[in-house]
Ligand binder design. Structure first.
Ligand code: NDP
Ligand code: 8X3
Length: 252
């Protein structure tokens, strides 16, 4: 039993991870923007088990204030799960919206490194663990992945580099790289297109939030001498596809 901080705990992986740890008697700090969703966690598990703070993780002042306001029982953070993140859009780079690109960079990279840096002294003091939720899109390129995949490649390399810097501290770092998972991810990515989301997942038996919660739980509860550096998880129905060739493109 310990204290886990989960970002993006109002939906998808984050909500499932928060519930998994709370069910198993950990104290859970749950961050996200939607207060009413976070309140469901507190209603179900009780305020002694789950502490919530609703704010935009891109807002550094709000993030610092949320950490400063943690109740005494929630201050000894053992595990940080950097999960909050999003993809926006599926267009090719040349057609993309810069505002959406910046929002992905600010959320998936800048907020993640900010929170990590703020918690490193505490995690070192407690020989804690960091679990970063990256993505297969950080390793396997695909059309329309552009900046989203770029942010996840950053997370994957940041996780690997953290392991080097934390050498000898006992702090564990794991990069989790899921493939297709049915959450609110595609609704967010498509600006609320329910039909597109349902079509993507239909018949694919995608990863569930519970699958990733079980993975994070396993990683966080391994004996302290073991570090899982990275873990790539796909549904059986998904596999990497090949390269593309634009024939005669240079002759046009
Ligand atoms: P969801 O959309 O279901 O959940 C995303 C979570 O991130 C929500 O709780 C959302 O909360 C939170 N969030 C987003 N932006 C912010 C913000 N600015 N401030 C605070 N919280 C924020 O998607 P998933 O559960 O699928 O995504 C979780 C992570 O998993 C992401 O990093 C995603 O990139 C990654 N991932 C997802 C995959 C998939 O196929 N679903 C596969 C691989 C990785 P709120 O809106 O309330 O702020
Ligand atoms: C989400 C998985 O393949 O849709 O990170 O980019 S993918």
């Amino acid at each position: 039993m310990g204290v886990v901080l989960v970002t993006g705990a109002s939906a998808g992986f984050g909500a499932a991870i928060a519930a998994k740890f709370a069910e198993n008697e950990w104290r859970v700090i749950a961050f996200a923007r939607r207060a009413e969703r976070l309140a469901q966690l507190t209603e179900y598990f009780g305020a002694g088990r789950v502490h919530t703070a609703a704010f935009d993780i891109r807002d550094e002042a709000a993030l610092r204030a949320a950490l400063a306001a943690l109740p005494e029982d929630f201050r000894g953070i053992d595990v940080l799960v950097n999960n909050a993140g999003l993809a926006l859009g599926t267009a090719r780079a040349q057609d993309c919206d810069l505002v959406q690109w910046r929002q992905m960079i600010d959320t998936n990279i800048t907020a993640l490194v900010t929170l990590t840096r703020l918690l490193l002294p505490k995690l070192i003091e407690r020989r804690g663990a960091i679990v970063n939720i990256s993505s297969i899109s950080g390793t396997h390129p695909y059309t329309g992945g552009n900046v989203y995949g770029g942010t996840k490649a950053f997370v994957t390399q940041f996780s690997a580099n953290l392991r080097c810097d934390l050498h000898g501290t006992g702090v564990r770092v794991t990069n989790v790289e899921p493939g297709m998972a049915e959450t609110e991810f595609t609704l967010v990515r498509t600006g609320g297109d329910r039909a597109a989301s349902d079509k993507l997942y239909a018949g694919a038996h995608p990863i569930t939030g519970r699958d990733i919660a079980d993975t994070v739980w396993w990683v966080a509860n391994l004996p302290p001498h073991l570090n899982v550096n990275r873990i790539e998880v796909m549904p059986v129905s998904q596999s990497p596809a090949g390269l593309q060739v634009a024939r005669d493109a240079l002759n046009q």
